[in-house]
Design a binder for this molecule. Structure first.
Ligand code: GLN
Length: 254
């Protein structure tokens, strides 16, 4: 009898331990191929969104776990509950609002065009007509290229880096992608250049499962607080420095 009671107590302890353990963690879904917002450094996922998410988790009283996956799988993962929120430079579009709730916007971006440095045919988005254009699957760049501008031959890639490789080896003629990852791609590839044109604005926001207002309110509070107390500007300066010398921020140092 004593043995049984001991076993029951041990099992109960184990059970509550594993429960409290998973309850202590909040999972951020992202696609770590989108610098400076999220990218890998060795085995670690780092970037602006990761640091903001660490601050969100701290305020929410939980430990952050970053889950890296394809961008076009993020919303399904949120809906199935395998992640708690998405921080992935995700644009708060009306279409996505049908399936998720978005925080207040935390970053204003836009779509940009990348072509070969030697290209003299593309000065604006209209010059892409008839060309083979690479985009990232499931992004606003893809949406714009397929739905808002006619006459493009659109090819979708898992990441902007894959699209950049295709552009370099001549499989595609241009890329439409968010501004900061585009700048990073061009910085790393002298044979590519940016085309200066304004045609699509992206407001990045954090997504939670529809109806999860408790988490959403907490996220909004953190965003509001870091914007007001100067932390947000420190993160911009660190992850988007004008000289290109990015510094990874530890939240303990903020
Ligand atoms: N901002 C774009 C979108 O929401 C791209 C985001 C990304 O590729 N991480 O679709």
């Amino acid at each position: 009898m004593k043995k049984i009671i001991m076993t029951v107590i041990a099992l109960a302890a184990l059970f509550s331990f594993s429960c409290s353990k998973s309850n202590d963690v909040i999972k951020m879904g992202t696609n770590a191929a989108f610098p400076p917002f999220e990218y890998t450094l060795g085995t670690e996922v780092v970037g602006f969104d990761v640091t903001v998410s660490q601050l969100i988790s701290r305020d929410y009283g939980k430990k952050l776990k970053v889950v890296d996956m394809n961008f076009d799988g993020l919303i399904a993962a949120l809906q199935s509950g395998s992640i708690d929120f998405i921080a992935a430079g995700m644009t708060a579009t009306e279409e996505r609002r049908k399936n998720v709730d978005f925080s207040e916007p935390y970053y204003l971006s836009k779509q940009t065009i990348i072509v070969k440095a030697s290209d003299k045919t593309v000065a604006s988005v209209n010059d892409l007509k008839g060309k083979v254009v690479g985009v990232q699957a499931g992004t606003t760049g893809e949406l714009f290229a397929t739905e808002e501008i006619e006459g493009l031959n659109v090819k979708s890639f898992k990441t902007g880096i894959d699209a950049a490789l295709a552009l370099k080896n001549g499989a595609i003629e241009a890329i439409i992608i968010d501004e900061l990852p585009a700048q990073e791609i061009v910085r790393r590839n002298v044979e590519l250049k940016l085309v200066d044109d304004d045609f699509y604005t992206d407001e990045y926001a954090i997504a939670v499962k529809k109806g999860n207002t408790e988490l959403l309110n907490s996220i909004n509070k953190t965003i509001e607080k870091i914007k007001a107390d100067g932390t947000y500007q420190k993160l911009i300066d660190a992850y988007m420095p004008l000289d290109g010398d990015v510094k990874i921020v530890s939240i303990e140092d903020l």
